[in-house]
Design a protein around this ligand. Structure first.
Ligand code: XMP
Length: 558
């Protein structure tokens, strides 16, 4: 049995407070002969304390970043091959090494970037990250007799470990590993064990820590406290980062970047482009012109409402183009979902460029690119995932216009963008709008898109949305919508036989759209939705509810 821990005192470990910020680049230079000067204008705005996460390819790397941000500490993910000089431009107060699918003893296995252990900054390795520490610092990592997967009980054996400050001696943790640290690197010791892992937590007693389990997943209930302890007690972070704290600096940076130049921004009606535009507008006012292309594939009243908000409430310059005819013309006879996406994407570029040209000389394009897009476009897994569907987002299209990019949200997650939007005074219904795909209703109509089908789908979609909002479930759902299938079936209304459309209803919960579960909506609510659709939407006589998760399905039907 361990002695009960004295929670009042904690171990004094070296923190990055011990190092002057100005010496960070000195360290990098020392280690790599780097001459890089800190490019402050390239740093994310408003960042005082940051953590660098080294990504070894785990499916949870992004989740680690989310957790660190939840502790109000700014962080960024870096691919494990990123040179230290680049990482040091963030001025990190410490590192987190992610998990990963490889084994450290394999040929060409990912390794921690050269110089991190020698940087005198704290390091926390998670799963593969811990094995990388052990392997690179002279310990032995080998396959375990069996894979450990699922929950385990962790017994903390070291008193006063800063990571476990304020926590119990026995914790439920979540494991997923085949390899184990057999021999500790010189100077390291075990701080905690589980039934199958004698070295479930390792440390050099000063600034390097390794966890065999995953503190970032919800199945480790106290994982967030462990991460917080690492950030506060080991790295010396104060947890002062909030998405709002970047607004002021971001506005200043946009002013500086744009000078007296002209900026255009494509509004989609969604939260990302709305927040990006609002931020740019706050910085440079009427030097910004937004272009709102109505592709005729939006939901009922959507274009009018968004336009009203931007023009009347927010007093922004918005060019509104109703290009319904040309989009529908481009979609005539197109049945294949990918061809639909391409047709819509091409038409969008054509209309957008046409409008932009009318504005005379334009220098910048503002876009609502978010951090997950930035991470995804940099990882090989996402390239594979992209082959499932080509996602056409409204921004980022007119490359031949040779505009410089302004992407004020490229370091933020979606919920952080919402917070910024609220602080900037965007209306709640815009900020909390569920995601809506760029190709709009076209990928919710199976088969050819026609005006008649769009009208039917709009009617059904309006009812779904209306009832979900009435039931106060809108914000809990990732997306809720209707799909117009190409199935007709027989029905009876009054004394008449009908042969009408089959409408499907989809409601999913999700964190990030990479996986999703179908929502267990109350039967009464489903009954009301179905009843209203068949009664109020002419041409529809049957409604089904989609009860498949992603995977194996996707959220959209096309
Ligand atoms: P899937 O259907 O792939 O959708 O599970 C995942 C998320 O992406 C949205 N989605 C799109 N968004 N252009 C977009 O801008 C597209 O072509 C597109 N396809 C799907 C979808 O609504 C969901 O949120």
């Amino acid at each position: 049995m361990n002695e009960p821990k004295d929670k009042s005192k904690s171990h004094r470990v070296a923190t990055s407070d011990d190092i002057e910020v100005s010496t960070y680049l000195e360290i990098a230079k020392e280690i790599q002969g780097v001459q890089a000067a800190p490019k402050t204008e390239e740093l994310p705005h408003g960042i005082k304390e940051a953590i660098a996460i080294i990504d070894f390819g785990s499916q949870y790397s992004r989740l680690i970043a989310r957790r660190v941000r939840e502790c109000n500490v700014y962080c960024e993910l870096f691919h494990w091959e990123t040179p230290l000089s680049k990482i040091m431009e963030l001025h990190p107060r410490g590192f987190i090494l992610s998990g990963g699918p490889a084994s450290v003893y394999e040929k060409n296995a990912p390794l921690t970037p050269v110089g991190i252990y020698e940087s005198h900054l704290p390091v926390l390795g998670i799963c593969y990250g811990m094995q990388a520490i052990a392997h690179q610092l002279g310990g032995t990592v080998a396959p375990g007799s069996r894979r450990e997967y699922g929950q385990a009980v962790l017994h903390v054996s070291e008193e006063n470990s800063p990571l476990f400050y304020g926590l119990d001696d026995s914790l439920t943790v979540w494991m997923s590993h085949g390899d184990n640290v057999l021999d500790m690197p010189p100077g390291f010791r075990s701080s905690a064990y589980t039934e199958n892992s004698p070295n479930a937590v390792i440390t050099d007693g000063a600034k390097i820590f390794g966890l065999q389990f995953h503190p970032e997943v919800v199945h480790t209930p106290q994982g967030i406290s462990i991460i917080k302890n690492y950030l506060n007690r080991v790295c010396g972070c104060h947890g002062a980062w909030t998405p709002g704290s970047f607004i002021h600096e971001s506005i200043e940076a946009i002013k500086k970047q744009v000078g007296d130049g002209k900026v255009i921004c494509a509004l989609s009606g969604g939260v990302d482009s709305a927040v990006a535009a609002k931020l740019v507008h706050a910085a440079i006012g009427d030097q910004l012109t937004c272009i709102f292309v109505n592709n005729g594939l939006l939901r009922r009243e959507e274009a009018e409402r968004a336009l009203n908000t931007f023009r009347k409430n927010l007093k922004m310059n918005v060019v509104y183009v109703d290009a319904t005819d040309s989009f529908l013309e481009g979609l005539r006879g197109v049945l294949d979902p990918e061809k639909k996406r391409r047709a819509i994407g091409q038409e969008f570029i054509r209309v957008f460029e046409n409008e932009a040209t009318k504005l005379g000389k334009v220098d910048f394009l503002a876009q609502g690119t978010l951090y997950p897009d930035v991470i995804e476009s940099a990882t090989p897994e996402s390239k594979a995932a992209n082959k499932i569907k080509t996602h056409h987002n409204v921004g980022g299209l007119p490359s031949k216009m040779a505009l410089s990019l302004i992407e004020p949200l490229r370091y933020l997650f979606k919920d952080e963008v919402r917070e910024v939007g609220l602080q900037l005074g965007l209306p709640e219904d815009m900020v909390w709008r569920q995601p809506f795909p760029g190709p709009g209703l076209a990928i919710r109509i199976i088969g050819e898109v026609t005006r008649e089908k769009l009208d039917i789908l709009r009617g059904a979609d309006w009812i779904v949305m209306n009832e979900i909002k009435k039931a106060k479930l809108y914000r809990q759902m990732w997306q809720t919508f209707a799909i117009l299938t190409d199935v007709h079936s027989v029905g009876v209304m009054g004394d008449f036989r009908t042969y009408g459309y089959l409408v499907a209803v989809r409601a999913v919960t999700s964190q990030d759209a990479m996986t999703a579960d179908w929502a267990r909506l109350p039967y009464n609510l489903l009954a009301t939705i179905s009843n209203r659709i068949v009664n109020e939407v002419p041409g529809v006589n049957r409604v089904v509810y989609d009860i498949t998760s992603k995977p194996p399905s996707t959220i959209e039907w096309e």
